[in-house]
Design a protein around this ligand. Structure first.
Ligand code: ADQ
Length: 578
């Protein structure tokens, strides 16, 4: 069965949607415009902009490549940039294919200078295919909504880190205000035309309810990129009722894992007394139904494999290997947003224990920790950074020898090509999340393991562990167990390493980001086929949706029967840095 590709998804989307418009809603935008002081001479040929610091968010880190949009006098120019590698780059081809509208926060300092009177800008700027509707937030709103409720309350709450939770009524006020603002903008964009609204993530939990209030028949779905906590933890939230009630404004609500969906269903039952059917994943509340489903997100595996196979990667590996910090016969790797949920401290403590317990590895095993700055305005993030750096210093002091230290630390954003170098070079990658919705690093490492020499150590508390069975699963709270897993990995016979990696690669080649998209839209189509749920997406209208759904459904069914259409060439729609 050919894997799903950007091209295939792009081909099917318009037929699925027919005349309905897809309106995607997210906090972060797929394109950003920034003022740039010194304009390079040739438009489009500029060097990448420096990565904005401290704003790496979920769904992967923003990777910016930029092009000149408009040269100006005095050497100033507006450049546009787009993140690649994250979710936005997977959704961008879909939007390009169906010419929908993407509603997102305009955070670039030239964003206001590039929109029209309706706050619209056509994107991609070099080949306009769809509309980006920018939403403006004040500094106070960004502080209260983004750093406040979203990242100091919801993020730690959903990741079971109650010690980091701040429930502040002012933050909640801003969260409501910004969600209402987004909803108003989305409603405006919907107008009177048939539309399907797709909301992303925990920043916009209240949006579905606000939308539902003004457009009761609108088709709304939502993907929640982080875990949903069990009731015992969730109940600590003072606004527990408002949040679940608002999310029940969705017709379809997606999580990475069934467990998260189950937790959510339980919360609706406990806090609202909603009627829940756990077998079908349907929750009924105030006469409306919401379908809760699991769709494990993934990566563009073929793209990562191609990137890691490039000649520049082999050359760069050879150069790095010549440096003392990377010259260890055995090399481990950690790649994370610097976030307390990623278990970087536990990982380092386990490495320290390993070197202490097995001194024969001192001088033979080195570890590269790549950490991208994230949410640096929040205290918990500064604390974990300080802890990580102190630990690295301690380990390097303890086990450093002959001019080298075992831990090489890069606190910076790296381009995918450089990440691919590390992914391919490493003998072992350690994903040690204390709790993680999915964890895309685990999948990127697998895809980039061209020689299949490396082993993935993966936390059983990362969503990825549910799929990546051939990884070595560890409990990040068990330091001794992690140290042992590291030893086992380093001593594993080459044939076993290859066998495990091949299995992982087969899995992610099929279960890629485009399959994730296909599954979500297939589920919508499936809902349409059930007579009892048919009215769910009525805003799309029977005339519009059903023929599209049939076409899409047929494609999926023929695929299931092994008669899939030949796959179009991968990446005719490519990532930005190609
Ligand atoms: P994140 O918490 O950001 O995402 P993850 O899924 O691991 O976590 O994605 C991290 C991304 O950042 C990867 O694409 C990786 O390549 C990139 N990255 C990490 N360090 C980097 C560095 N130093 N330089 C450049 N890039 C770097 C949230 C959830 C996850 C879920 C995703 C998608 O927390 O559980 O998998 O959304 O739904």
């Amino acid at each position: 069965m050919p894997p799903w590709t950007a091209t295939r998804i792009a081909e099917h989307m318009p037929r699925f949607l027919c005349d309905a418009r897809l309106i995607l809603v997210s906090n972060r935008a797929p394109y950003i415009h920034r003022w740039h002081r010194s304009a390079p001479s040739a438009p489009g040929g500029g060097a990448p902009l420096p990565t904005p610091r401290g704003d790496a968010d979920g769904w992967g880190v923003r990777r910016f490549l930029s092009q000149i949009s408009r040269p100006f006098q005095n050497g100033n120019a507006i450049r546009w940039s787009r993140p690649t590698g994250g979710l936005t780059s997977a959704l961008d081809p879909v939007m390009q294919a169906c010419h929908g509208t993407w509603v997102a926060w305009g955070s670039g300092n030239a964003d206001r200078d590039t929109v029209d009177a309706q706050n619209h800008v056509r994107v991609p700027p070099d080949n306009p295919q769809y509309t980006l509707r920018r939403v403006w937030l004040s500094e106070a709103q960004v502080r209260g909504f983004y750093y406040g409720f979203a990242n100091s309350a919801l993020w730690p709450l959903c990741h079971l880190h109650l010690e980091h939770v701040v429930f502040n009524p002012r933050h909640w006020h801003y969260y409501q205000e910004v969600n209402a603002h987004f909803a108003r903008v989305v409603a405006e964009e919907c107008g009177n035309t048939p539309a399907l609204v797709w909301i992303q993530d925990y920043h916009l939990a209240l949006c579905p309810a606000y939308l539902r209030r003004c457009l009761p028949a609108l088709a709304v779905m939502h993907f929640w990129h982080i875990p949903w906590p069990p009731w015992e933890v969730y109940r600590t939230c003072p606004w527990r009722r408002e949040l679940v009630e608002a999310l029940l404004g969705n017709d379809l609500l997606g999580f990475h894992l069934e467990q998260y969906g189950h937790n959510f269903l339980q919360c609706t039952e406990r806090v609202l007394g909603a009627s829940v059917d756990y077998d079908t994943g349907v929750v009924e509340y105030q006469g409306r139904k919401t379908w809760v489903r699991a769709f494990p997100i993934s990566i563009d595996a073929a793209w990562w494999t191609r990137l890691a196979s490039g000649r520049h990667v082999t050359r760069r590996i050879a150069r790095l290997r010549a440096q003392p910090d990377h010259a260890f016969p055995l090399l481990g790797l950690g790649v994370d947003r610097l976030d307390y949920t990623k278990g970087i401290v536990s990982r380092l403590v386990a490495i320290e224990r390993f070197l202490e317990k097995y001194p024969e590895y001192q001088g033979r095993f080195g570890f590269v920790q790549i950490a991208v700055p994230s949410r640096t305005q929040i205290r918990g993030y500064c604390q974990v950074k300080a802890q990580v750096e102190a630990l690295i210093e301690r380990i390097n002091k303890r086990f450093g020898m002959a001019g080298t230290t075992p831990i090489h630390y890069r606190y910076e954003h790296l381009e995918p090509a450089e990440l691919a170098v590390y992914y391919r070079m490493a003998d072992v990658a350690m994903v040690t999340s204390l709790y993680d919705g999915m964890n895309l690093v685990a999948k990127e490492f697998v895809a980039a393991q061209v020689e299949r020499r490396g082993v993935l150590i993966c936390s059983e508390f990362a969503g990825a562990a549910e799929e990546l069975h051939s990884a070595l699963l560890i409990n990040p709270y068990d330091v001794e167990g992690m140290a042992e897993a590291l030893k086992r990995t380093l001593e594993m016979p080459a044939a076993e390493k290859t066998r495990r990696m091949a299995r992982l690669q087969t899995h992610i080649a099929e279960h890629n980001i485009y399959k994730w998209l296909a599954d979500i839209f297939a589920e919508l189509a499936r809902l349409q086929k059930e007579p009892r749920v048919r009215p769910v997406l009525r805003q799309l209208g029977a005339r519009h949706l059903e023929p599209g759904a049939e076409v899409y459904w047929e494609v999926l069914e023929s695929q299931e029967a092994g008669m899939g259409r030949p796959s179009a060439p991968v990446h005719t729609i490519t990532h930005g840095h190609h």
